[in-house]
Design a protein around this ligand. Structure first.
Ligand SMILES: [Zn+2]
Ligand SMILES: [Zn+2]
Ligand SMILES: [Zn+2]
Length: 157
C-alpha cells in the first residue's frame, strides 16, 4: 500500500463491495453495520471496539456494546473485516468475498496494518501442520515489525 493515496477511494470501494457481497448472500447490511465498517476503514490501522463505541456515542448514536459486538461478528463472518488478535482490534479486508489465507504485517511504530495473502506461505503452514497430523481450521499470521515508511524515516534521521 502506498503511503499517500486517495483513501476516500478505499472507503468507497470497501462499502460498495460489502453491499454487493451482502446482497448476493441475502445478508442484511444494516445502517449500523455500514457505519461500523466505514469507521473501521477510516484508515489502514486496526480499530478497537471501544473506539467504535466512542465514535458512535459522539455521533449521537446509542449503540450498546453488545450491539456493536454483534455487528463486528457479522462483519467478520461475512469476511469484510478481520480481527487482529495481538492488538485486539479490527481491520477491513481489502479483498472480501474471496477465500484467502491472511498474513498481517503490523507496524509497531505507526500502527498501519497491511494484509498480504501469500498462498505459498499458507501452504507451507498447512504442510507443517499436516506433518504433525494437525488439522488447521483457519490460519492468520500476525507479523509485527516496522513498515517501509517508518523504516525510511529512521534511516533518513
Ligand atoms: Zn486507503
Ligand atoms: Zn482478508
Ligand atoms: Zn509504520
Amino acid at each position: 500500500m502506498a503511503h499517500s493515496h486517495n483513501h476516500e477511494v478505499c472507503i468507497e470501494n470497501a462499502v460498495e463491495e460489502a453491499e454487493k457481497i451482502c446482497a448476493e448472500r441475502g445478508s442484511r447490511f444494516t445502517d449500523l453495520r455500514r457505519r461500523i465498517l466505514t469507521m473501521i476503514w477510516q484508515g489502514h490501522k486496526a480499530v478497537k471496539a471501544y473506539d467504535l463505541l466512542d465514535q458512535l456515542a459522539t455521533q449521537g448514536g446509542s449503540a450498546k456494546p453488545p450491539t456493536v459486538y454483534r455487528a463486528l461478528d457479522f462483519l467478520m463472518e461475512e469476511g469484510l473485516v478481520h480481527k487482529i488478535e495481538s492488538l485486539n482490534a479490527y481491520i477491513g479486508c481489502p479483498h472480501p468475498g474471496s477465500d484467502h489465507v491472511s498474513q498481517f504485517l503490523i507496524c509497531d511504530v505507526c500502527g498501519i496494518v497491511e494484509e498480504v495473502s501469500s498462498d505459498a506461505l499458507g501452504k507451507a503452514v498447512s504442510s507443517a501442520a499436516a506433518a504433525q497430523s494437525f488439522h488447521i481450521k483457519g490460519q492468520t499470521l500476525e507479523l509485527h515489525g516496522i513498515c517501509q515508511n517508518c523504516n525510511g524515516k529512521k534511516q533518513a534521521a
